[in-house]
Each structure stands twice: as C-alpha cells, then as structure tokens.
Design a binder for this molecule. Sequence first.
Ligand SMILES: Cc1cc2nc3c(=O)[nH]c(=O)nc-3n(C[C@H](O)[C@H](O)[C@H](O)COP(=O)(O)O)c2cc1C
Length: 227
Amino acid sequence: MPRTLIVHYSRSGHTARLANVLAEELRQRGHEVVTEAICAEREWGKWLLPIPLLPLLPVLPLYLASSRFRRFWHRHYYQPQQAIRPLVNPDVSGFDLVLVGTPKWLYPSYPVARWLDTVRGLQGRRMASFATFCGPPLEVFEIEMLFEPLEACLRSRGSVPVGRLAISSDHHEYFFFNEMRGLFRWLSRKAFGRPLADFTLDGEIGQAQIKRFGDEIDDAMCRARPG
Ligand SMILES: Cc1cc2nc3c(=O)[nH]c(=O)nc-3n(C[C@H](O)[C@H](O)[C@H](O)COP(=O)(O)O)c2cc1C
C-alpha cells in the first residue's frame, strides 16, 4: 500500500476541493493518504498579487508564439514566493508518493513556490502535481506555463514527476465584473467547442481527468515496485 502525501495551497477553496476528491480517489485505489494544507502566513490583497506577474505581459505574444522563447522564459522568469506557516510534514522522505496542488497564478502560486524551497526529502521522491485555474486546458497558456516551471523545480530538487492534472475552477477574481471568467468561458467555446463547465470537477472531462490521473499514478507506482 503506497504511503501518499497530498499537499496543497488554496486561496479561494477550489484547489482544496480538488485535493479532497483526489484523497478519496487514491484511498479507493488502496493508498494510505495523509493530507496537508499549506497556509500563507498572511494572505496578500487581491490587487497586490498580480504585480510580480506583470513582466510577462509585454512579452506574452512572443511567449505564446515561440517555444524557444518559452524555454528561455521558464529558465529565467522571476517566481514570486510568499511566507508560509510551519509545516506539519516538513520532511516528506517517509512517503512513497507526494502530490502537490496549486492554483495557477500564471505560474505556481507563491505559497507553493515557498513550500518547494522549504520542504525536505524531495530527493528521489515520486511526485505528481495538480492544479486548478479558471480557463479550459489551453496547451500553452495554461498547461505549459504552469507545469513546465513546476516540474523543472521538482527535478532540480531531485524528485521524479510522474503525473499532472489540471481542472478548471470556472472562477477568477479579476477584474470587477467577472471579466476574466467571461473571457475564459468564451475561449473554451472557441478553442474546444465546449462549455467551460465540462472541464470543471463536476464536468464530464474533469471527471475523466481525475480517473486518468489516478491511472497515471498507479502505473508509475507499479513501475517503481521492485521485481
Ligand atoms: C494572481 C492570480 C493569477 C491567476 N492567473 C490565472 C491564469 O493564468 N489562468 C487562469 O485560468 N486562472 C488564473 N487565475 C485564477 C485561479 O487560478 C483560479 O481562480 C483558481 O482555481 C483558484 O484556486 P483556489 O480557489 O484554490 O485559490 C489567477 C488568479 C490569481 C489570484
């Protein structure tokens, strides 16, 4: 029975809900699951949060157009961090598998970036990452922008990424009248011909993604088993 830690940060509850669903899914698959919520020492105000992300804006067209530029950007961009409260599991070396969950704040959220810098025992650890973001699973703007830097960071700490899961929350704090959510709902229809609701935790594709993620993890754990 794999010993699995599911750790997450959530500002408005969506990633927390996904973490609970994953805990249930993995328990049903025979994992012994321990959960931990990362808590920010102090939550930042809504209008302060995006300020460190602004450097991407002027180069966003280039970022979207060029995979070479994206590789460059992911190596050099500034990843903000936020102070977090002391961890219940500061050393994860006792776990066979660690799942880390974050909301997408363009990149991994700031408290999760701090967790990655703080936690011990990542060396040799199998890790899977999961995230919520407002939009549909746009390959470059959502998936690559979030998971490439996150998994590069995991690898640089010696851990082995074995899976990723992205679920839409259909929720965005910006700007005044849900303009960002409106934009992502429109993009979902335009890019996928489907309503954004399909990609949420309660949607058809969201549900299928949970199962696929569980299978991906189980395969990786089977391959890791000696003999
Ligand atoms: C600073 C900031 C940046 C965000 N960037 C994105 C983004 O790039 N793409 C996206 O779809 N949603 C983005 N969102 C929306 C969140 O990812 C989304 O609401 C998420 O599901 C919130 O998770 P939580 O409820 O666990 O905090 C952003 C939100 C914040 C606060």
